[in-house]
Design a protein around this ligand. Structure first.
Ligand code: BGC
Length: 541
């Protein structure tokens, strides 16, 4: 028996013409392109036009080249490329789009293009240092005010902290974005920075009896008015609910926990509002509640406020503060794991380093610790304090990988008053006063300090034990009004913001060194911003 096989020829111009598309599914990296190729199966008798049209699906996928191809009787068998681009987007999903490859009279072919998203890394992962390898979120609310000042655009793109300083700040207002709007804007910035992760910083700052030892940043909640419950249910819960949304899971969300709260329980319980905060347990329980809710979100990072060297740098405060932080955190659900680190110098002016003397310097046979400026403190600057305090915290039980942050937004102390070398005086007071770059009248002064400058620009891993230098206090936002200004934010008038006030025990009964004509805390203070820019150290180019 014989079988006759007849070849169905495909090389001549005679059989059925068709589009040859390879491959019919492509993966397009976000922010980049990928191609598929097209040719004809038969030699045509005249020119053939092949179009590619993007149809339903993710609009970020578009055809960037080869949308219309011409095949001739000569080149019909040579593949030509169609290029598909995937725009940077803010989501973490791998969107896809169907592309129809068509030519008159021929059967169309579908190509499925799928974006390979680059924003997620691995959504929900928790890294050791959220600042490492990341860019920082630029808050346009602050940035536009900075940019409107002369020369301000040089620093307007720096990442600054977003202060959730009252319940209403969560929703935001016509002049200030709320939490979700900031996170949405962060997604956009993350999309625009390629595959680099983005870190956004929020200050959690609304404990009942807030700012108990001062008045300028008193808040809206009072312990005696159900403040702790309101803090939990009207403040922390909604914040955690928004931060925990899956669409934000690729962001690195840093939270700065309650400035000046626990440190006030160490040194200021002689003040009624602080005593109430201590005896009721409201500060400790509020911080624990915040840590429990925020740490439960894998991409949220928690840094507890650890005051500054001019507050906790004496042994009588240093050890007890570390112990209070440890006992507080031990009482959280996750224990020590609920804390990523600590921050010092938030909204303060203590210099990062004193270049011309250390705590071990002696002058005329006397240690600088004896000078009126140092006043027996064990630290002369923030870096030495932050590094030592970290060690102490670890010895109290905190994880050895905790990282410190230092707020360097306003501790630059440049300008013409900055000493250029150590004093030659053999009098210890004169030596310290002529050598120190921190030009404050007293290290206990904290409000709108005259002579201050912008400090180190934010960066990751700047020194041993430090996760980053950060700008948490947005430069140009007032620390408090220099005279009483009625307001509906609960802000009081603290005379430490009044340049004519001659002080109290906490600043050695000195003048306050505050700039005049300041608005209430948090409001834009143009004269202060201009001074900070002029006195920046390192200088702003
Ligand atoms: C104020 C806040 C403000 C923050 C940042 C604090 O002193 O009390 O209202 O958001 O500074 O400027």
């Amino acid at each position: 028996m014989s079988v006759t096989a007849t070849e169905a020829d495909d090389d001549s111009g005679t059989g059925t013409q068709s589009l040859v598309v390879t491959p019919t599914a492509i993966s397009v990296p976000e922010g980049a392109t990928a191609t598929y190729s097209v040719k004809l199966s038969r030699q045509p008798t005249a020119n053939v036009t092949v179009t590619s049209t993007a149809g339903t699906g993710d609009a970020d996928l578009t055809i960037s080249a080869g949308a219309s191809l011409t095949f001739t009787t000569a080149n019909w068998n040579t593949a030509q490329n169609v290029t598909v681009a995937a725009a940077q987007d803010a989501d973490t999903t791998n969107g896809s789009r169907t592309i129809t490859v068509a030519s008159a009279g021929l059967t169309s072919v579908s190509v499925t293009a799928t974006e390979a998203d680059d924003d997620g890394g691995t959504p929900g992962t928790h890294v050791d240092n959220p600042y490492a390898g990341a860019t920082g979120y630029v808050n346009s609310d602050w940035s536009s005010k900075a940019a409107a000042e002369p020369g301000g655009s040089a620093v307007a793109n720096i990442s600054t902290g977003v202060w959730l300083d009252r319940i209403a700040a969560i929703a935001g207002s016509s002049s200030a974005k709320g939490l979700a709007a900031h996170l949405d804007a962060a997604l956009q910035q993350d999309a625009a920075n390629g595959s680099t992760p983005l870190t956004i910083q929020f200050v959690i700052y609304n404990l009942p009896n807030r700012d108990c030892s001062a008045l300028a940043s008193n808040g809206e909640l009072k312990i005696s008015e159900n403040g702790l419950n309101r803090y939990k249910t009207e403040y922390i819960d909604p914040i955690a609910a928004i931060m925990g949304q899956s669409k934000y899971s690729q962001l690195r969300i840093v939270t700065i926990i309650e400035i000046d709260s626990l440190p006030n329980l160490i040194t200021n319980t002689n003040i009624a509002a602080c005593q109430e905060a201590q005896q009721s347990g409201a500060y400790v329980q509020g911080v624990q509640y915040a840590l429990n809710k925020l740490h439960a979100i894998p991409n949220v990072y928690t840094y507890i406020d650890a005051a500054h060297h001019g507050w906790l740098g004496w042994d009588t405060n240093f050890g007890p503060a570390a112990q209070l932080f440890a006992s507080t955190v031990r009482g959280t659900t996750a224990g020590f794991a609920s804390v990523d680190g600590f921050i010092t110098n938030t909204a303060n002016y203590s210099s990062l380093t004193e270049p011309y003397f250390t705590i071990n310097t002696t002058v005329g046979g006397q240690t600088v610790r004896q000078s009126r400026w140092v006043d027996w403190n064990f630290y002369v600057d923030e870096l030495s304090y932050a590094q030592a305090f970290r060690q102490r915290l670890i010895s109290e039980g905190f994880a050895s990988n905790i990282g410190m942050l230092i707020d360097t937004s306003r501790n630059g102390w440049g300008g013409s008053a900055r000493p250029s070398g150590p004093s030659t005086s053999t009098n210890v007071d004169t030596f310290v006063n002529e050598s120190r770059v921190d030009r404050r009248i007293h290290a206990g002064n904290w409000c709108n300090q005259s002579g201050a400058g912008l400090g180190e620009r934010p960066r990751a891993n700047p020194a041993t034990g430090l996760d980053a230098y950060v700008w948490i206090k947005p430069p140009g936002e007032s620390d408090g009004s220099s005279s009483e200004i009625p307001n509906n934010e609960g802000k009081g008038f603290d005379r430490m913001c009044d340049p004519t006030y001659t002080g109290n025990a906490r600043n050695g009964n000195n003048l306050t060194g505050a700039l005049p004509n300041a608005p209430i805390s948090g409001q834009w203070f143009s004269a202060q911003f201009r001074q900070l820019l002029a006195n920046a150290y390192p200088p702003v180019n």
